[in-house]
Write a protein that binds this ligand. Sequence first.
Ligand code: ADP
Length: 186
Amino acid sequence: MARGGYIPARLLCDFLNVENLLSIQSQHWTEAAKVAEKALIKFKYNVDLSGMNALLVDDIVDTGESLILAKNFIIGEWKPNDVKIATLQWISPVAKLKPDFYLIEVKEWYWFQYPWTRLEDTYQFIKRLLSEEGLSKREWTLEEIIAKFKELYGVDVGLNYFKDAADLLVENSFLIRSDNKYLIKS
Ligand code: ADP
């Protein structure tokens, strides 16, 4: 599935010698639109998979709702002989679905950091830490942000990601840049 399954799916094509790769975007409404807490399929299109077996690939089964929706959509609209699901992680205590194939069963909920979501994750986690720590400290240098990030999350994503994430926070008007400091916009 787009976007989380894109890279694993492409790699599986290579390892399993599969030529046909389609993408389907099934996602939850994000926080901005909390009214409808439902998964939905974006950009519905129709293909004929009759006579074929489909492998639906995603990064992780968290609640599993978006995968359940995608699987039902594929069965109903694209009509393959069979659909199986493969993911990297399966968060078994919260998932409403068990993938047919998975790499890791996760028994305690955890946020996984994939190389293909590094910038958006860094952005979100910096935003979160500044929202919390920013109540008592409004001015931060990049070095201070990095040190706090490492202390709280135990991860070093590398200087370029920290810089790009901070720039994005400025671009999105969460931070204001002045000389060597970042000010949290009130
Ligand atoms: P599900 O329907 O399985 O709950 P969501 O719709 O909640 O999945 O999640 C959509 C996407 O959000 C996932 O494909 C993944 O990219 C990301 N995601 C969800 N939970 C996690 C997690 N625990 N760690 C990392 N990424 C996650």
